[in-house]
Design a protein around this ligand. Sequence first.
Ligand SMILES: [Zn+2]
Length: 236
Amino acid sequence: MSGAHFAFTDRWGGVSAVPYEELNLGGAVGDDPDAVRRNRDLAATALGVDPARVVWMNQVHGRDVAVVDGPWPEGREVPAVDAVVTAERGLALAVLTADCTPVLLADPVAGVAAAAHAGRPGMVAGVVPAAVEAMVGLGARPERIVARTGPAVCGRCYEVPADMRADVVAVEPAAGAETSWGTPAVDVTAGVHAQLERLGVRDREQSPVCTLESGDHFSYRRDRVTGRLAGYVWLD
Ligand SMILES: [Zn+2]
């Protein structure tokens, strides 16, 4: 899509040591802060993005959205939000994940982009519809929005207690799933796509990668102490 850029990292190409090897982009997972800074520089440079023009979030599994027009001021606490939206071309928005679903959205015509962090609680709370609503507030139109979801734990791997699945399905039926071994599961990415479909966002693609099954990706459910992948979206 001309004008809109979407990128998802894997775990290789960085400087972090075990168990964060190699390209850990998460700053709150116990890794050496210098390594994380180096990795963020490496990842941005590889994408042709200015590392100083990337907006990160303090993600808390909620549905709050921040509208931004530049990076957070140096030395101030990064707000606790799970989606960021911008109308600033050239500003990259980043979302950190290790099993949760990274959601990147862009309306290249309006020049509006969003990045959202949708784990099970965030998907149920509606963080993705909240991000779309904020985009519309800046002039985006759902039928022009391009949506890309990145590597995430799949519905055949994300086992949950039966009552938890029932709670999720009560809100989002499309997220009901079953593990490959026949127990209750949740498919967060399917839930996100169902939400976007209902909002009229039809240009959608989903990464085929399951983080828990892939040795090339960080997975919290598999490894517990591990790194974070990032998804980036920006507009020319
Ligand atoms: Zn899987």
